[in-house]
Write a protein that binds this ligand. Sequence first.
Ligand SMILES: Nc1ncnc2c1ncn2[C@@H]1O[C@H](COP(=O)(O)OP(=O)(O)OP(=O)(O)O)[C@@H](O)[C@H]1O
Ligand SMILES: [Mg+2]
Length: 216
Amino acid sequence: MIAFDTVTKTYDGNKAIAGVSFEIQKGEMAFLTGPSGSGKTTLLRLVYREEVADQGRIVVAGWDLNKLDSTSIPFLRRNVGVVFQDFKLLPDRTVRDNVELTLRIQGIADDEARERVTSTLRLVGLRHKTDAYPPHLSGGEQQRVVIARAIIGNPAVLLADEPTGNLDPDTAKGIMDVFRTVHSRGGTILIATHDPNLYEHSGCRIFRLQEGKLLA
Ligand SMILES: Nc1ncnc2c1ncn2[C@@H]1O[C@H](COP(=O)(O)OP(=O)(O)OP(=O)(O)O)[C@@H](O)[C@H]1O
Ligand SMILES: [Mg+2]
């Protein structure tokens, strides 16, 4: 579902990603870890085509990103849900509206959209906050809205960058439970994190980056 073949990404002469190769199968949940600056966010941004590789080949959900022209990027992104810290919620729109946006972009009819928002908010445990505004939610609640927005379109691939950063252990556990549910329904998930508690005993594969290289 995600395949990197000797991928390199350079910023100002420095390799943020250096000759990285790996494959994540359809329906697999995997973790990406490594010290600050090791390239985790850069790798996820390459999958989402937010960044373009200098060398190597990347295939995501059947799309060869080297051959993707700019008009096809929105179609790729319909297949990729992202939980990134800089993908903020709209503060002046309700939780429902924020989550529904993904479906609006896909042109899904009102009735179906309403039902899917309700069931997705139930899944992340926020059904009771449907009509609230993001600034009135706690950090963990906002993060769960971001996750709801990312998964509502049933993306083939779900990417998360430090999804539990700055959250207390109980809230972090609740968020991991949501990812496990998505995974049990067949979702392919790649989660970048510093937090060993998330991946230890998870039974998932762990990719470790160091200075842009994947350790064995
Ligand atoms: N837009 C950019 N311009 C220049 N350099 C960048 C850019 N983005 C990342 N880098 C550099 O690439 C390297 C990898 O950064 P990246 O953000 O991928 O690390 P990370 O593993 O996500 O770190 P953290 O754990 O702190 O989030 C760093 O040396 C960083 O300074
Ligand atoms: Mg990062």
